[in-house]
Design a protein around this ligand. Structure first.
Ligand code: PLP
Length: 492
């Protein structure tokens, strides 16, 4: 059936409590996910679809904008709107013949938004291949130490095994507080720390607590796709902000979205371009937030790993207006499956945040928190950071040298002074999709830069063709072998 006919047949309930734009958005999303409307198909202009459905153009525009923000549609003013070509196949559910019977009632609007919000976020699973990005080197993790600490807990059973406080295991909050003060320049008291299940849960709770539907949030573009989902689910207006060598372009954002209520940024190490936010930009961002009484969410996910000097102090440490919310994770410094992260909340936000966390899951599991507390207390954490920083430093050098000797002219390296990944530009005219497909066929995992571009972003946020390569999880020998394969794949 032609796309016009499919969309024109969308039933809209004019007396329902759900606004028309929301009904349209949900039905269109269903049509895309079910495969009824295929990737790359051009959609009718907003005015035309409004006429077909007998709704205002504004209604159609609002539905298109939401679908764009979530990555289902792409396009630009004047150029038309298309179903996203990069929607992962896994996100589309073309019903197999023996599919489960349909739900007795459709999901709620909120349920639909939640169930589809992570469709754009790709996780690599399966065997670890060079150069899977953002993965810590598990070969360096002291599993035996962790096992002994955990066994000791089960033997002694000193931690309460009933319900605990929603903000987390108190000794862990104290130890993290001391660590963050000493190593990240964070200004905090243990009462400000709320332990979460990874930074993902922190972002979800913060979006729910602090943003009303329609309120704007600045997001770096290209930027972290995991952050988009919680803000989209909260119904926030996604405001994509370009990034340059100094980090998020604050002047651009302040001029274009002056009334946004929140900025989400990765100042220590921008994902994916690798820039560190300059001091001038940090001060500019803080000035804007202070003047507008807006929030800044600082995602400090991998700042322990800086190779050309000591780790940089956090943005939170410069904040005098209590507008910065610092979010950290153990996913990079230990491992992602641990699912532990934390928020350093401004003092008055800590209690509401903990109470919101209790609504979701009461609190994070106690034993892993207690094991982590011992791991920190007994010096293993600091040792592991030192050890991995040294090892990743060597892996980074191996990567830079191998790329320089084999792929000069093919790839241009971006900043490499921090983090677990290296951003490279494609220099030989190969398109990103082609490069990623060739690398994958040669057994090498790379991720295209365009994956990180916010679907709602316009030409101001365009990035040249490039890829992200992770080096931290691989030995120098594996890195050299991976670069060899990558070179053969891309120069073939
Ligand atoms: C920018 C950024 N923030 C945070 C995380 C970690 O998220 P979580 O703590 O939910 O594992 C990642 C992981 O890839 C990331 O790239």
């Amino acid at each position: 059936m032609h796309v016009h006919a499919i969309l024109a047949a969308i039933p809209l309930e004019r007396d329902a409590a759900t606004p028309l734009f929301r009904q349209l958005y949900l039905r269109m999303k269903e049509a895309i996910l079910s495969g009824a409307v295929q990737p790359t198909v051009r959609l009718p202009a907003t005015r035309e679809l409004g006429r077909l459905l007998k709704v205002s153009r504004q209604t159609v525009l609002a539905a298109y904008e939401q679908l764009m923000a979530e990555g289902y549609l792409e396009g630009a003013v004047g150029k038309g709107t298309f179903v996203s070509a990069s929607l992962p196949a896994a996100a589309r559910r073309s019903a197999p013949p023996d599919a489960a019977p349909p739900l007795v009632r459709p999901l709620s609007a909120r349920g639909e938004a939640m169930a589809s919000a992570m469709a754009r976020v790709r996780h690599h699973d399966g065997p670890l291949r060079t150069f899977r990005m953002s993965m810590p080197g598990l070969d360096l993790f002291p599993f035996e130490v962790w096992r002994k600490l955990e066994a000791r807990h089960w033997r002694r059973r000193e931690v309460p095994l009933g319900y605990g406080g929603a903000a987390g295991h108190p000794p862990l909050r104290e130890l993290l507080c001391a660590y963050l003060k000493a190593s990240r320049g964070v200004r905090c008291m243990p009462e400000q720390i709320v332990i979460t299940n990874g930074s993902q849960q922190a972002l979800y709770l913060l979006a729910q607590l602090l943003l009303a539907p329609g309120e704007g949030v600045w997001l770096e573009s290209p930027g972290y796709q995991g952050a988009l989902a919680p803000f989209a689910v909260a119904g926030a207006k996604i405001c994509p902000v370009p990034v340059d060598a100094e980090g998020m372009d604050v002047a651009y954002a302040a001029a274009r979205y002056p009334d946004a209520r929140m900025a989400f940024a990765t100042p220590s190490h921008q994902l994916p371009l690798g820039a560190t936010m300059s001091l001038a930009r940090r001060l500019e961002l803080l000035r804007w937030a202070e003047a507008k009484r807006a929030w800044i969410v600082e995602d400090d996910y991998d700042s322990e790993y800086r190779y050309t000097g000591p780790p940089l102090a956090s943005l939170q440490g410069l904040d005098r207006a209590n507008c910065v919310i610092y979010v950290g994770t153990l996913s990079k410094v230990l491992f992602p499956g641990l699912r532990l992260g934390y928020v350093v909340a401004p003092p008055a936000l800590a209690a509401p945040l903990a109470r919101a966390k209790a609504v979701v899951d009461r609190h994070s599991p106690i034993v892993p928190q207690a094991v982590l507390a011992d791991f920190i207390q007994e010096g293993h954490f600091a040792r592991h950071i030192r050890r991995t920083r040294d090892a990743y430093g060597e892996r980074r050098i191996a990567m830079l040298e191998a790329l320089d000797s084999r792929m000069r002219g093919l790839l241009a390296c971006g900043p490499s002074d921090a983090g677990l990944d290296l951003c490279v530009g494609l220099m030989n005219g190969l398109g990103e999709e082609e490069a990623v497909a060739r690398a994958s066929a040669a057994g090498v995992d790379v991720r295209s830069l365009s994956y990180y571009v916010n679907p709602a972003a316009g030409p101001d946020c365009a990035v040249p063709p490039g890829m992200l390569l992770g080096f931290s999880a691989f030995t120098p020998a594996q890195i050299r072998a991976g670069v060899r394969r990558l070179e053969q794949a891309l120069s073939a």
